[in-house]
Ligand binder design. Sequence first.
Ligand SMILES: [Zn+2]
Length: 274
Amino acid sequence: MKKFMLILGFFALLNGLLYADNPNEALSKLKEGNARFVTGTQIHPNLDKDRLLNTAKDGQKPFATILACSDSRVPVEAIFDWGVGDLFVIKVAGNVADGDEIGSIEYGTHHLNTPILVVLGHTKCGAVTAVVKGDEVHGHIPALVDNIVPAFESAKEKHSELHQPELIDKTIEANVFQSIKDILSRSSIVAELVKEGKLKIVGAIYDIETGRINWLGNHPEETKFVDAPKEDPHSKHESHESFFTSSNFIFMGIFILVVSLLATVLIVMKTRKK
Ligand SMILES: [Zn+2]
């Protein structure tokens, strides 16, 4: 029995060594992978049949969650030189963070325990360029690009001397930080993980010409957004359904007061008539 426990302990430790990355280790794994990609020395890990079988059988244990742009020139696993079951990737035009993206990020960081979240913008991003140029957009695209507008506003304000294409580059950077801000100020789950030191959120920009990633670090105002009150969609929903809200109590109080006043007046009038 003792031997069995020892073996079990050994495997738990091995598993821990293989999977329980801390945020800095996970970041190093991404940086090293991108360096291999840039220099053409990829090792293409975790792409064989065994990896498919093992991840299908044991489930996924990715070490990083990545929010990237849908752009076909940003193939996330390839540019980090990782394979199957390594990265939990959310791809959306303009790497924006709206409800569905934030939900996916919560799944990657909280449910799958990835210790790092990278918001990855890229050079020559079409979605960001459309916003800067004020292009007319149709269909469902306006709802998508409205997340980029605040980034453009802040880039314009900070760099009033700049014009295109420099202003586009600055907006791409501001847009990465805008997504980080949107995630932190809307998700209490992600904010809590950052607060506990279990999760690191970093911004980065991928250069589609060189393949190199420019790491921007964390949001300069991270603490402010972590501590900001959240509009938790669940509690908001509940408060709508609940009868016992403060406004309902005030309404009931006024209603009872008015009815009793009316009753008193009626009783007084009736007794006087007699
Ligand atoms: Zn893009």
